[in-house]
Design a protein around this ligand. Structure first.
Ligand SMILES: Nc1ncnc2c1ncn2[C@@H]1O[C@H](COP(=O)(O)OP(=O)(O)OP(=O)(O)O)[C@@H](O)[C@H]1O
Ligand SMILES: [Mg+2]
Length: 231
């Protein structure tokens, strides 16, 4: 068992204040994700799951508390350093996937590699291979707008995994997928977990998927309320 902590937060709170609106969305979350571990977060709609993932990924700033990614306290570094760290260490699968509409699937998936230091040829090769694995080998030249919702989601998953990040944050990765495609995505995550020790933090409403992870956390009204660990 590898005890290295790849991602953690301490006392994380998030409050939205706009005029009369004052919502305390996260109320002090402590969480540790070890290298190579697979963690699921479940919880009712509105309990703060997506907000937590956004803060853990440095996409939004907490109101208080700290996020430490790969030994770096991310609120203490510049935005350009954070962007580099994020590109190197994290993969994101958003609840509403953000593919770039004017680029082909191949370009979308290859992009994180090009932002890194890979040659165009190598990036295209790796992107084609991964698109094949998520069942989109026949769609590489299509633009996101020409695909179904599930196809776009699979492309977004390929893009999140292409860099072989240390940790993948996934918001409902199999949410809109049929059971066969969802199983393929699970198998792909499983392979990356075992071959490359990638850790996964997955928000899901799917109890079957959650129960296949090592740990299931439950969120309720901005707090993690309990943890069921299988060892
Ligand atoms: N920008 C914002 N301003 C004000 N309130 C917000 C903002 N973003 C989120 N919230 C509120 O924070 C709460 C938690 O939202 P969040 O998206 O984290 O929930 P969730 O657990 O991911 O729900 P779901 O399962 O429906 O995706 C919600 O009540 C939401 O209305
Ligand atoms: Mg959500």
């Amino acid at each position: 068992m590898n005890d290295e902590i790849i991602l953690q937060c301490q006392g994380l709170t998030k409050r939205y204040q706009q005029g009369e609106l004052d919502v305390q969305v996260l109320k002090g979350v402590d969480l540790q994700i070890h290298a190579g571990s697979r963690v699921a977060i479940m919880g009712a709609s509105g309990s703060g799951k997506s907000t937590l993932l956004h803060l853990l990924g440095g996409l939004e700033k907490p109101s208080s508390g700290e996020v430490i990614l790969d030994q770096v306290a991310i609120n203490k570094i510049s935005s350009s350093k954070l962007a580099k760290l994020r590109n190197r260490s994290l993969g994101f699968i958003y609840q509403f996937h953000h593919l770039l509409g004017e680029f082909s699937l191949l370009e979308n998936v290859a992009m994180p590699l090009l932002i890194g230091d890979k040659s165009i040829k190598e990036a295209q090769h790796l992107a084609t291979e991964l698109l094949d694995r998520v069942g989109l080998g026949h769609r590489v030249k299509h633009k996101p707008g020409e695909l179904s919702g599930g196809e776009r989601q699979r492309a977004a998953i390929a893009r999140a995994l292409i860099n072989k990040p240390k940790c993948v944050l996934a918001d409902e990765p199999t949410g809109n997928l049929d059971s066969k495609t969802a199983e393929n995505i699970y198998q792909l995550m499983q392979e990356l977990n075992q071959e490359l020790h990638v850790s996964f933090l997955i928000v899901t409403h799917d109890a079957d998927l959650a129960n296949r992870m090592d740990t299931v956390l439950h969120m309720e009204d901005g707090l993690i309320v309990d943890a069921l660990t299988e060892e």
